[in-house]
Design a protein around this ligand. Structure first.
Ligand SMILES: Nc1ncnc2c1ncn2[C@@H]1O[C@H](COP(=O)(O)OP(=O)(O)OP(=O)(O)O)[C@@H](O)[C@H]1O
Length: 228
């Protein structure tokens, strides 16, 4: 469960990016976060994985109060939250396999188990055959699939994606969405900020619209709702 109670975020430059948001997202939900550019979507979701701290308010992730979380416990939180970005953020000198294995937080795990886990997630994103490739030997869609594999290799309860299809062509974007649906069907909560009207209006999910740092709309099976 992700819970926010009256959350505010004011950046040091004085911009009030989030202006009093309260929400609850249950385990296993799939939520789109939509809204105009600059509305506060990224700030809103960055606070869920403690990339940004709220100025005021309470954020609870699976019972952990993020405001009270000590710095040294942040890696523990991140193990339960996978993050996917628009620009993939892969390590350029590491192979596909190494990029995914690197993200695996291992506590005395048998190397054979590690290998199996990495190959299982590469199988899910259909990239087992490219395990030895470097990121720049892959297409954009393939790189995004590696970043998705990396985000779920620790079997997190929550996946947060900030415009994951922003750099991809329509067909590749649909492929990514099919993978997200598969991950969601296996029980992972997905929170995805997006400007992709087609996707939101076709794969119907809960829609939270953010405008001027506030929730303007929260619908169980909503539409994108903005003209592009
Ligand atoms: N690190 C930062 N420091 C100062 N201001 C910031 C910072 N990050 C974002 N902002 C400001 O906060 C506001 C909300 O930005 P945010 O990135 O959350 O919006 P967004 O809805 O995700 O936009 P987009 O759809 O264009 O990605 C904007 O006015 C932006 O300029």
């Amino acid at each position: 469960m992700i819970e926010m109670l009256d959350v505010y975020k004011k950046y040091p430059n004085g911009v009030l990016a989030v202006n009093g948001i309260s929400i609850k997202i249950k385990q296993g939900e799939f939520v789109y976060v939509v809204g105009p550019s600059g509305a506060g979507k990224s700030t809103f979701i960055k606070m869920m994985y403690r990339e940004e701290k709220p100025t005021k308010g309470v954020i609870m992730i699976n019972g952990i109060n993020l405001s009270k979380l000590k710095e040294k416990k942040v890696p523990l939180l991140r193990r339960n939250i996978g993050v996917v970005f628009q620009d993939f953020k892969l390590l350029p000198k590491l192979s596909v396999y190494e990029n995914v294995a690197f993200a695996l937080e291992v506590i005395e795990e048998n190397p054979r188990h590690i290998k199996k886990r990495v190959m299982d997630v590469l199988d899910l994103v259909k990239l087992k055959h490219k395990a030895r490739f470097l990121p720049d030997e892959l297409s954009g869609g393939e790189q995004q699939r590696v970043s998705i594999a990396r985000s779920i290799v620790n079997a997190p309860g929550v996946m947060i994606a900030d415009e994951p299809t922003g750099n991809l062509d329509p067909e590749t974007s649909w492929e990514i969405m099919r993978i997200f649906e598969e991950i969601n069907n296996r029980g992972t909560t997905i929170v995805m900020a997006t400007h992709n009207r087609e996707i939101v209006n076709t794969i119907k999910k809960r829609v939270i619209a953010v405008e001027n740092g506030k929730i303007a709309r929260d619908e169980v099976r909503g539409d994108y709702g903005y003209e592009v």
